[in-house]
Design a protein around this ligand. Structure first.
Ligand code: ATP
Ligand code: MG
Length: 267
């Protein structure tokens, strides 16, 4: 994998095609002073006898982008898999809206509002775009099983490709589809694993704009794993840097020392 070097930060907070009335002002910060949607505390994780995470604590608030950075193989995806329930933790706890997730299965966590856009996207190549989006219905009540208009405002290309097979889309389009599918579930917590990986710069900008717009709705917490520093620097409200399974730097965006962070991203 490679680290993207496009220097232009994503900009704008209005989904393309959306009317201004709906989106002109960010929602008042439901986040300030409130309890974080996600709280991971002192998480330890093992693969067999090999420990992959040590004492990892990260939280994510509504209306904020919480970024987790670190070079290849340090444990970023392992942490996300612990959050979404794909890998058990050996120590610590993970809370969603104050509720311990403990041994809850991934589909139960999805029902509580956790949506996961995995690294490599994992869209279904033989299903159409529409069918891929409809797989997001799984955790929803029957009455909620519609594709929100916002999804097509954010990613208009998907609306024009509803009948195409997922496997026929470009990598960037597949990434947009994977994010869109996550949004179909109306998440409380959106978990994104390296959404810019292997994606062309114009689509990286679209994805950055989509994340900003979602953040500005004020209701969703976004947990973003990335190695592309400029993307994180433009988007993140808080950051944490992981090295060999531990958090080695963290803070608010204002506290971020770009040189120090970059030092942990380059090999
Ligand atoms: N299923 C698994 N079984 C055993 N070891 C694993 C497994 N998945 C990951 N690991 C190991 O755990 C460590 C952390 O891997 P992880 O995939 O979490 O890193 P990452 O930070 O997401 O890396 P990348 O940036 O390349 O995606 C690595 O040493 C990796 O080899
Ligand atoms: Mg990974």
């Amino acid at each position: 994998m490679s680290i993207q070097t496009d220097p232009t930060p994503p900009a704008g907070t209005t989904p393309p095609g959306a009317t201004t009335a709906a989106t002109s002002a960010p929602a008042p910060a439901a986040s300030t002073g409130g309890e974080p949607i996600l709280q991971a505390k002192n998480v330890d994780l093992f693969y067999g006898a090999a420990q992959a995470l040590w004492d990892v604590s990260i939280s994510a608030e509504a209306g904020k982008v919480s970024a987790l950075m670190g070079r290849n193989g340090v444990g970023k995806t392992s942490f996300l898999r612990a959050v979404v329930g794909e890998q058990p933790i050996a120590g610590g706890e993970i809370l969603l809206d104050g509720k311990p997730l403990a041994r809850m299965a991934p589909h139960d966590r999805a029902r509580l509002g956790i949506a996961y856009v995995p690294q490599g996207r994992d869209i279904f190549p033989l299903l159409t775009v529409k069918e891929n989006l409809e797989t997001g219905f799984a955790p929803l009540k029957r009455s909620e099983r519609t594709i929100p208009r916002d999804v097509f405002d954010l990613f208009p290309v998907l609306e024009s490709m509803l009948r195409r097979r997922g496997g026929d889309l470009s990598g960037g389009q597949q990434q947009q589809l994977a994010i869109a599918r996550a949004l179909v579930t109306r998440p409380r917590l959106l978990v994104l694993d390296e959404p810019t990986e292997g994606i062309q710069p114009s689509i990286i900008k679209d994805i950055g704009r989509a994340i900003e717009w979602l953040r500005d709705q004020g209701t969703i917490a976004i947990l973003l794993v990335e190695q592309y520093f400029d993307f994180v620097h433009a988007l993140a409200d808080t950051f944490a840097v992981m090295d060999r399974g531990q958090i080695v730097l963290s803070g608010t965006r204002d506290e971020m020392d770009p040189e120090k962070v970059r030092g942990h991203l380059t090999v």
